[in-house]
Design a protein around this ligand. Structure first.
Ligand code: ATP
Length: 331
């Protein structure tokens, strides 16, 4: 059940790294910021464009709705631990309104190009770049013992003119501790890995790679959604129609997992479908042998047969990007 990489990271770090028990926060005053306009809304927050009134820097202010204190502290702790990593959204400050005590997270502001428009006109080179930057964020987070657990296009901010990508919304993220059973009610339906759908609570960083694979498939095949389940049960059915049932059953056997009664009647035996069958005249310019190979390795039922983010970064699909990076470092 253990991941092939970074399995024991949190056991090697001081206990304060992954625990919020003695986490003392100093809240600054929200008076230091001026709100400009609302830019987003989530299940757990309202998000505003704002300015730091001391240095006039543009910021993004996430005003949290009332949730468990431990959940808020976990998000802050994780953001602080990851703050210096590549393509991770930077947390500048935590502020509170003096009277209401409403907690606000103050982030760097990203001029986001909405993913729908971006994906509609994206070219092959930019798709590779986008995926590479996303995988860098994931590999860094995993190397720090943290799984994001909600990777999806809506949580990837991308400033297209500046070619800057940031992975946001660390509200569902958690520390990976080997042999822990985790809650499978994480991630958004279309991006939920098979492990969440078959109640494999001993999941790990691989979950994020699955969700990133679903994101890559949307871009590469110009599909609104790769696996569009009507509900969580149907989600696994939709996956099995593409990846087939043999590998699913093999994965379940290996980890001694059992299918719930819903699936026993609904899951028809079906063969694995080649990802090539998703190629249409619309998307053919985005598809390459290497792209299909990487995607196939990301979309594996078995979390331990799935490619890791670190391995994905070394995949031939990114050869040109690695070369360009190496050259720019030399200069
Ligand atoms: P969810 O319901 O998906 O869990 P949430 O309540 O945790 O959402 P976020 O996903 O962090 O909130 O933010 C909600 C929206 O606000 C984002 O989808 C995005 O449009 C916008 N947003 C958040 N952070 C930034 C940022 N740093 N720069 C620009 N826009 C942002």
């Amino acid at each position: 059940n253990l991941p092939r990489t970074y399995a024991t990271i949190n056991l090697l770090k001081p206990a304060t790294y992954s625990s919020v028990d003695d986490f003392k926060l100093t809240w600054s005053s929200i008076e230091n910021y001026r709100v400009i306009q609302k830019i987003g809304r989530g299940k757990y927050s309202e998000v505003f464009d704002g300015v730091n009134t001391e240095n006039q820097e543009r910021v993004c202010i996430k005003v949290l709705k009332p949730v468990r204190n431990a959940k808020i502290l976990r998000e802050i702790k994780i953001l602080q631990n990851l703050c210096d990593g590549p393509n991770i959204i930077k947390l500048y400050d935590v502020a509170r309104d003096e009277s209401s005590k409403t907690p606000c997270l103050v982030f760097e502001h990203i001029e986001n190009t909405h993913y729908r428009g971006l994906f509609a006109s994206i070219k092959e080179g930019e798709m590779r770049y986008y995926m590479y930057q996303l995988l860098r964020a994931l590999d860094y987070s995993h190397s720090q013992g943290i799984m994001h657990r909600d990777v999806k296009p809506q949580n990837i901010m991308y400033d297209q003119p500046k070619k800057r990508l940031r992975l946001i919304d660390w509200g569902l993220a958690d520390f990976y501790i080997p042999n822990t059973s985790y809650n499978v009610r994480v991630a958004s339906r279309y991006y939920k890995g098979p492990e969440l759908l078959v109640d494999d609570t001993k999941y790990h960083y691989g979950l994020d790679v699955w969700s990133a694979g679903c994101t890559m498939a949307e871009i590469m095949f110009k599909k609104d959604t790769m696996f569009e389940g009507a509900d969580n049960n149907d989600q696994l059915i939709k996956i099995s129609k593409v990846l087939g049932t043999d590998d699913l059953l093999e994965y379940m056997r290996k980890y001694n997992l059992t299918l719930n009664t819903y699936y026993q009647s609904k899951l028809d035996r079906c063969p694995k479908r080649s990802l090539k069958t998703f190629i249409t005249s619309d998307c053919k310019d985005l598809v390459s042998e290497e792209g299909l190979d990487l995607l196939e390795k990301m979309l594996q039922y078995d979390k331990n047969l799935r490619i890791t983010a670190a391995e994905a970064l070394e995949h031939p699909f990114f050869a040109k990007i690695r070369e360009a990076r190496a050259n720019s470092i030399k200069k």
